[in-house]
Design a protein around this ligand. Structure first.
Ligand SMILES: CCCCCCCCCC(=O)SCCNC(=O)CCNC(=O)[C@H](O)C(C)(C)COP(=O)(O)OP(=O)(O)OC[C@H]1O[C@@H](n2cnc3c(N)ncnc32)[C@H](O)[C@@H]1OP(=O)(O)O
Length: 162
């Protein structure tokens, strides 16, 4: 029987990726707004799952630059729908917070338009499209260039007393 190294089978860490923003975008510090609890998507900025950076543009719209790593795999070589949904949940919910609404997501409707290849850097853009009473509607899409991978409609509900 051959000897095995402790490293054998361990997945190596992927190399750095460029998550820089577009010209005019300003980095957005999500933990300073919502606290340190946003770890599911944002918690391992150098890991093999998601790597995320948030920005706001000159009109204060929130954008996410996101890399889907090998640990987000669903269909072979492509991102899991749950991984895409988790990113949309966080990014669109955070867009409502960034616009001044302390919310949780009540309903999230995702359309998967194109399979997303792994190890690709994509962008989520978002818009708060309405706010009536406790209901805040945020729309967004996950894309790279002309390729749209997912579109989302996110009904956020404000939390009383926040
Ligand atoms: C703290 C840091 C947060 C950072 C967030 C950023 C990204 C993360 C986003 C998330 O993942 S949040 C986690 C996933 N979401 C949840 O776990 C939410 C679970 N659901 C709840 O906690 C409650 O159902 C909720 C707070 C959303 C609403 O309960 P309430 O008892 O406060 O409200 P109520 O049920 O009275 O509903 C208020 C209004 O919202 C409407 N509504 C509530 N939930 C709805 C829903 N799911 N779909 C459609 N409408 C909904 C409801 O019909 C009503 O409309 P009207 O005022 O017109 O009557």
């Amino acid at each position: 029987m051959s000897e095995t190294s402790p490293q054998q089978g361990a997945e190596s860490i992927c190399p750095p990726v460029d998550l820089s923003g577009d010209a005019g975008w300003v980095p957005f510090d999500a933990p300073s707004l919502v606290g340190e609890s946003l770890r599911f998507v944002s918690g391992e900025p150098d890991g093999n799952r998601f790597r995320v950076r948030y920005y706001r543009d000159s009109e204060q719209h929130l954008h996410a630059r996101i890399w889907f790593g090998p640990e987000t795999e669903g269909p072979p070589g492509h991102a899991h729908g749950g991984a895409v949904s988790a990113v949309m949940d966080e990014a669109l919910g955070l867009a409502a917070w960034a616009a001044g609404y302390p919310i949780v997501v009540g309903n999230l409707n995702i359309s998967f338009r194109t399979m997303l290849p792994l190890q690709k850097v994509v962008t989520v853009e978002s818009r708060v499209v309405s706010a009536q009473g406790r209901k805040v509607m945020v729309h967004g899409r996950l894309f790279c260039g002309d390729a749209v991978y997912a579109e989302g409609e996110c009904l956020c509900i404000t939390l009383p007393g926040r």
